[in-house]
Each structure stands twice: as C-alpha cells, then as structure tokens.
Design a protein around this ligand. Structure first.
Ligand code: ADP
Length: 475
C-alpha cells in the first residue's frame, strides 16, 4: 500500500469536507509496474456527484475577486513546487511513467497555474472606445458557471491542472472527476488545495466509476461547462448526454498524429525528436506520433537512425533512474498494442525491432512497410510502436497525413521553408510541430480539429473557455 504525507486522506472532497461513497464500496488502485495494490479509494456515485454540484452552485453565489483568484493560483504554484518530488513519486507509482517524466509533469502543471494567474487582466471589462447609437457598450467575461472537469490517466496531474487553473482563473466553482485508474495524484493535490481558503464547495472532488457520475455532470442544470480529456468514444457520448441540457463542452479527444519526414529533412534531428515525442509516457499520449511517414528515398537511412537510438532505450520500473519507458497502464492496453502489431504484420508490415511485451512492459518496437489500411494507421496505438510508412511526393504526404478523422497534433520535418509553409497551411491539425516533436505549453492554446474535439486549453483561449461573454449596453 502507498504511504505518503500527501495521502493521509483517501477520500473525495465535497463542500470543504473529505467524503466517501454512500454505499461504502471502493475501487482498487494498482501499481502498473508491479501489480501491487496501492490503495482503495471510495467508489462515489450519482448521490455524491449531485451533492458536489449543488454545493459548487452555492459557492458560486459569493463570486471571488480577481485578486483572490490570482492569489489562489500563485499559492498552488508554490505548493506544487514545494511538493514536487512527492507528487512525482505518486504519479509514477500509480501511472508507471519514469520519475523524471513525472517531475516534468509537476513543473508543466505548475506552469498552467502561473500562466493563468498572469493572464487574469484579459478578463477585465472592456468598454468599446466610443458610444454606438448613443449608448455605452461594455464587454464582460463572466464565469461560465459550475465547471465539471473529467480527466484521463496518462497525465494524472497535468490534464487536471490545465482545466483547474483556467476554471479557478475564470471564477468557476468546480467538480473534478479523475480517471478511476489514477485518482491518487488528484487526491494528493486536493490535500494541498484543502489548505487554501477556498469557500466551502468551491473545489470538489468526486472519485468513482464514470457512468453514474458522468450522467449527473451532463444533466445537472447548474453545470454549465463540461471540460473533458479522453477518448473520442467517450467524448461523443458526453455530447449526446449533455445535448438535451445545452451545455458548453470543451473536448480534447483522441489523436492519430502524423510525423512527416521529407527527403530534405535533417534525419538525425527527426530521429532524435521522434524518441522524445514517441516514447513519452510509453507512447500513451494523444500527441505521440502515431504514423511515421517518410519520403521513400530516405526510408532506409531514417530507419537506421531510429533503430540505433531505440536500441539504447531502457524499459523498466519508473522508480529506477535508468528507466526511459515504464509499463503500459494495464493488460488491456498491452492487448491493444499487440493486436495493432499483429494486424500490421498480417498485412505484410515487417517488424524491425521489438514486437512483444513482458507482462505490462512493452518493448519499444519499430515496424516498416506500414500502410493506411492497417489498424495502427487508423487508430491511435497508445504504445511504444514506431510505425513507418512511405510517401513519394508532397501532395501524397499531405493526403496521407490528413487521411484520418482525427486532427490533434502533426509534425513536419524539412529544410525547405516554402514547403513547410505550404504543408502546414493544409494540415488539419490543431498543433503542428515543425522540425520538432514539441508538445503543448501553458502559454499557447492547444486543442483539436475534426474528431479530436473542440475548445482550447492553455493560452488566453483556455481561460476564455470557462467564461461567458456578456455585453452590457447602457444609456
Ligand atoms: P481512456 O480510454 O483513455 O481511458 P476514457 O475516455 O474512457 O479514455 O476516459 C477518460 C476519462 O473519462 C476518465 O476519467 C473516465 O473515467 C471518464 N469517463 C469514461 N466514461 C465516462 C462516462 N460515461 N461519463 C463520464 N466520464 C467518463
């Protein structure tokens, strides 16, 4: 069982109180590296979700000032910095990623709170410069209402930080529901939040199986925005469930990122960038390159450069400082990766390296001869698999890259500035890396096109997502 000074409570948090589920049922949280039981957390349900939303609704009546919100955001930055190592340890224990990545996740999370604190002036009332029709016009950004935050297991802290920082900045009371696989980081964060002077009911945490809680969050009239990161299938369901109630939605859904390497690219740069991009969180991120598209003239050189680098990667327990890749989150994830590889090989892809798992530890894998029909080209593999296909010219590269219903992240490698300009303008992806595998940052808006969702996180846009624009016209 896990022992931590940040986990002296293993409960949800409603109306300023630590609370369990009314039925007394629990959910097991397991270390994916060892199978060890880390904790039993309450399986809260519809009753607790309703109570959390009601109390959040009540808390919104005393609107906190901008100054107050800024001071909470700064305080959270300070607490994340102070407890960085312990939060990182908890992330690694329940999620599996290497400790060094977990520490980066804590820093990245703190960045969202810091950035939101610095941007609150954007929410000030903006009078139009001159009277119109003899009236004075002012644009206000009001808090949208109670915000429901639903987050996935791959970044237990960062995915919540993106939403929580913006919601608090905008002045929304919140109900958070973390993934049932990784609730401990979130409980640890709440142990810190409970030290701040939030009005009771302003920040609520509900843990449990998703459906009963999700149904309340999608239907309760006080919830005005549901901010969700997770699969496209769940996003689609949330759209359907919230449709009768006309809620604002911000949905960061699945991706299927193309990684396009032209024949004029710096191959070593493209191979280095791929290592960092592809193997972060063992390939379980929505911005991970999923389809590596390489000009046929440089295919062999690129495969050699990548193979050399992949051979140096250490797979192991995330607590070991040597580890570059930890375990996949659960047996189902291993099965999915295996199925994608089997399907590719059956359709005549060749396995250059890796290809199998020991328990939940999947070996970094390189496949060549990958075509658009294969399962791993059509769906996000969410594992450490480098799936390489080829193209012959620029037009075909764009067509292949865009040949997916998803539109989250894409990457282009070329030394030709005009080509980069042409290709980037036609890529239907919300995030495009040019000669880099860099993911999002707190200072810039991030989000998807097409079936990767809508709404943005980070940047001023992320803050405005939690606001309603109100125009006041006065004589
Ligand atoms: P993944 O397949 O990556 O686990 P999911 O979309 O299933 O992605 O999960 C992301 C988050 O959405 C998790 O917090 C999960 O509990 C939650 N979730 C899943 N199904 C529902 C639902 N029906 N209502 C609300 N939340 C849900």
């Amino acid at each position: 069982m896990i022992e931590s000074s940040l986990l002296t409570q293993l409960h949800g948090f409603i109306d300023g109180q630590w609370r369990g589920g009314h039925g007394g049922e629990t959910i097991d949280v397991v270390n994916p590296a060892t199978g060890e039981l880390l904790a039993r957390v309450p399986d809260m349900g519809a009753l607790e979700a309703r109570s959390a939303v009601d109390t959040a609704d009540g808390a919104m009546r005393s609107a906190p000032s901008v100054q107050q919100r800024r001071s909470w955001l700064h305080a959270i930055v300070g607490m994340l910095q102070q407890h960085r190592d312990e939060l990182a340890r908890i992330i690694t224990l329940e999620q599996g990623k290497p400790l060094k990545e977990s520490a980066v996740e804590v820093d990245y999370s703190a960045g969202f709170f810091r950035f939101a604190a610095d941007q609150l002036d954007h929410l000030s009332a903006q009078p139009l410069p001159a009277p119109i029709k003899n009236h004075r016009w002012t644009i206000h950004h009001r808090p949208a209402g109670v915000a429901a935050l639903i987050t996935p297991w791959n970044f237990p802290l960062a995915m919540l930080a993106k939403k929580l920082s913006a919601a608090i900045g905008a002045g929304c009371a919140i109900v958070a529901k973390p993934a049932e696989l990784t609730p401990l980081t979130c409980i640890a964060l709440w142990q810190l939040l409970a030290r701040l002077d939030f009005p009771p009911g302003f920040v609520n945490l509900v843990i449990g199986r998703p459906e009963p809680i999700g149904d309340v969050l999608c239907s309760h009239p006080a919830v005005r925005i549901v901010s969700f990161t997770g699969s496209t299938a769940t996003g689609r369901m949330l759209i359907a469930k919230s449709a009768p109630h006309i809620k604002r939605l911000a949905l960061e859904l699945g991706g299927n990122a193309p990684y396009v390497v032209f024949d004029d690219a710096d191959i070593n740069l493209a191979a280095d960038a791929l290592m960092a991009n592809k193997f972060r969180c063992a390939g379980q991120t929505c911005v991970c390159a999923n389809r590596i598209l390489v000009h046929d003239r440089i295919e062999q050189g690129f495969i050699d450069a990548v193979t050399q680098r992949v051979r140096r990667i250490h797979v192991g327990n995330g607590l070991d400082p040597q580890t570059d890749i930890g375990p996949l989150i659960n047996a189902r994830a291993v099965e999915k990766v295996r199925q994608h590889i089997d399907d590719a090989v059956q359709h005549r892809a060749q396995c250059v390296l890796g290809g199998d798992a020991k328990g939940q530890f999947f070996a970094p894998t390189i496949l060549r001869g990958v075509t658009p029909q294969m399962l791993l080209s059509r769906e996000e593999t969410f594992g450490p698999v480098i799936a390489i296909g080829t193209f012959h010219d620029e037009e075909q590269a764009i067509e292949l890259a865009n040949g997916t219903p998803y539109g989250l992240a894409a990457y282009v490698f070329s030394r030709d500035a005009a080509r980069i300009e042409r290709v980037t303008a036609r890529l239907r992806f919300g995030h495009v890396g040019v000669n880099t595998g860099m993911g999002p940052t707190p200072e810039a808006p991030f989000g998807g096109m097409k079936q990767s969702g809508f709404g943005r996180e980070g940047g001023v846009e992320g803050l405005l997502e939690f606001c309603e624009t109100q125009t006041v016209v006065a004589l």
